[in-house]
Ligand binder design. Structure first.
Ligand code: AMP
Ligand code: TRP
Length: 327
């Protein structure tokens, strides 16, 4: 059985893109693999977070993990900050990471460009991410394209450690799930749908109510034509909406094309909205139940215990190999 690990930052509201591209795949993965899914709150603070908002978002994202179908009896679900070994191995790996490697990271360049003061944690972010992954002897890391460079650095650090201090870490592989299109922004099909976009009309949040979803989709940008046809180069906006529709229904792209032939965008957008509402409504119902019960706290407590047992063992081995005097 392969070990799978991934993390999502609690830095805003999760979107339909997170659900289709990440959470839904995690739910499938937990049936076949030994899975670790965490909310990476230590990573979230690499950019300023308002404390009350961080707390609310962390609880909300974790509750959405559970509401989407992640099952604490099948997967290890936990908060990064609940397992102290992350911060500690993060530091140890920071000392093995070269400045030049961190300077090349495109996420750092993007997030720091134009900013006056940049926290050092934003720079060393990838070393902490490597620690997240290596602590559990992870084999597969389901992530989007934008994280591949971080994963490559994780692999380099694992190899470097193994060469210097002896074989310790398996080398993790990125895992790009079979299902899970890249969902693009509703106002600009060249950008991915993202919780950090300041324009809330550009994304559908997993917690948006039915009317908000209908409104956002009816206002979503399209070309001036009227043909519901999948063509990423010529019709990126409609193609994106079709991917969303296919992901939220049992229709294929071809079936969607056939169904709306000659009808223009109106009826297509209306049905699309209903498909998205039907996908998110049961999750939202479960979310409300989870937040009003003690389920979240119990799941996090047992998740942290299980994860800590494994992580502490790895950390001890790492420290012994590096020459620390063990307590
Ligand atoms: P992020 O929200 O960028 O921190 O990403 C968390 C996870 O959700 C990663 O695995 C991403 O690949 C996935 N994800 C985020 N946005 C999208 C999107 N628009 N389409 C597909 N997957 C996404
Ligand atoms: N950097 C990832 C992102 O922004 C989040 C993350 C942190 C992560 N630690 C991880 C993803 C470990 C996979 C594995 O999406």
């Amino acid at each position: 059985m392969k070990r799978v690990l991934s993390g999502i930052q609690p830095s805003g509201q999760l979107t339909l893109g997170n659900y289709i591209g990440a959470l839904r795949n995690y739910v499938l993965l937990q049936e076949e693999h030994d899975c670790f899914f965490m909310v990476v709150d230590l990573h979230a603070i690499t950019v300023p977070q308002e404390p009350a908002a961080l707390k609310e978002q962390t609880e909300s994202v974790t509750a959405l993990f559970l509401a989407s179908g992640l099952d604490p009896t099948k997967s290890n679900i936990f908060l990064q900050s609940h397992v102290r070994a992350h911060a500690e191995l993060g530091w140890l790996l920071t000392t093995l990471t070269y400045m030049g490697e961190l300077e090349r990271m495109t996420q750092f360049k993007d997030k720091s460009s134009g900013k006056e003061s940049i926290g050092a944690g934003l720079f060393t972010y990838p070393s902490l991410m490597a620690a997240d992954i290596l602590l559990y002897g992870t084999n597969l890391v389901p992530v989007g394209d934008d994280q591949k460079q971080h994963l490559e650095l994780t692999r380099d650090l694992a190899n470097r450690f193994n060469q210097r201090f002896g074989e310790t870490f398996p080398i993790p592989e990125p895992f790009i799930p079979k299902v899970g299109a890249r969902i693009m922004s509703l106002d600009d099909a060249s950008k991915k749908m993202s919780k950090s976009n300041p324009n809330a009309g550009s994304y559908i949040a997993m917690l948006d109510g039915p009317d908000v979803i209908r409104k956002k989709l009816s206002r979503s940008v399209t070309d001036s034509g009227r043909e519901v046809k999948y063509d990423l180069a010529a019709k990126p906006e409609i193609s994106n909406l079709m991917s969303i529709y296919a992901s939220c229904s049992d229709l294929s792209i071809q079936q969607i094309e056939a169904r709306y032939e000659g009808q223009g965008y109106g009826p297509f957008k209306k049905d699309l909205a209903e498909a998205v509402v039907a996908t998110l409504e049961p999750i939202q119902q479960r979310y409300r139940d989870i937040r009003s019960s003690g389920e979240l706290e119990a799941a996090l407590r047992s998740g942290a215990e299980q994860a800590s047992a494994i992580a502490d063992k790895t950390l001890r081995e790492v420290k012994a190999r590096m020459g620390f005097v063990l307590p």
